[in-house]
Design a protein. Structure first.
Length: 257
């Protein structure tokens, strides 16, 4: 699910409430704020679409689809998209955006997915894995529903960001949670993510049976230079998100190559 702000801004104030990551409580405001902003519309989503490449005719699962902007972009490029999200409020907005030609399911990524083995050619997981303390069960399920040769395209908060701006800095090599408040349309909402070192991310992918294809630290869309001149410079010169493409081996023999 896309971010409303980049991490340095969102960590400005600590969260002090217990109900965290409750997207149902601010779905409308969140969707409106992220629709055309710099970080989402001109950086995170274009990068995901670019990594996906030619998706015409491909069956794609949007894991953590939110209000559906990435699903819409992939559908418009010819993909057959299915969306899942843990927030009923966000799925209602996705239904409004996507109509009835995209299957949408209320699913928590920590649970078993309601799909057959090999049901999808690709999974996209935009800014969602860092909500999970343990990637293992989720990645195993995503691999299960991908066909041999299928791809998982994922983006997460860059592990250097939460590490370098935290005071005191955490143990870089440990998986640690960090909490903060987002301000969305004047509403303060408590959030919590999990930061893990880069090697723990790549190890999790390979343990789940994926092969690493791409690690990307992309630049924002050049069109953002005039629209967001100050933010464009910051986003072009500082880490924000980290993107992966990992693949299911095309056969059991391929897994041993």
């Amino acid at each position: 699910m896309d971010h409303a702000t980049d991490v340095p801004e969102s960590l400005a104030r600590p969260a002090d409430r217990t109900r965290v990551n409750d997207y149902d409580s601010f779905a409308e405001a969140y969707a409106a704020e992220t629709e055309n902003n710099l970080v989402n519309a001109y950086y995170a989503r274009p990068a995901m679409v670019a990594l996906a490449g030619d998706v015409a005719g491909r069956r794609i699962l949007d894991a953590g689809c939110g209000s559906g902007p990435l699903s819409a972009a992939l559908r418009d490029r010819g993909a057959v998209v299915t969306g899942i999200d843990a927030s009923a409020g966000m799925l209602a907005l996705a239904r409004r955006r996507l109509g009835d030609d995209v299957a949408l399911h209320l699913v928590d990524l920590r649970d078993r997915l309601p799909f057959a083995d090999g049901a999808f050619d690709d999974v996209v997981a935009s800014l969602v894995l860092h909500y999970l303390e343990d990637w293992g069960p989720t990645l195993a399920e995503l691999r299960r529903v991908l066909r041999p040769g299928g791809r998982l395209i994922a983006s997460v908060d860059h592990p250097f960001v939460a590490y370098t701006i935290s005071d005191p800095r955490p143990d870089y090599f440990a998986t640690t949670s960090y909490a903060f408040d987002w301000t969305v349309n004047g509403q303060s909402v408590p959030m919590r993510f999990w930061r893990r070192p880069l090697h723990a991310m790549t190890d999790a992918f390979t343990t789940a049976g994926f092969r690493l294809s791409v690690i990307s630290e992309p630049q924002p869309d050049p069109a953002a230079r005039e629209l967001f001149p100050d933010g464009f410079h910051d986003l072009s010169t500082k880490t924000c998100f980290l993107f992966f493409v990992v693949e299911v081996p095309p056969s059991a023999a391929g897994a041993d190559e």
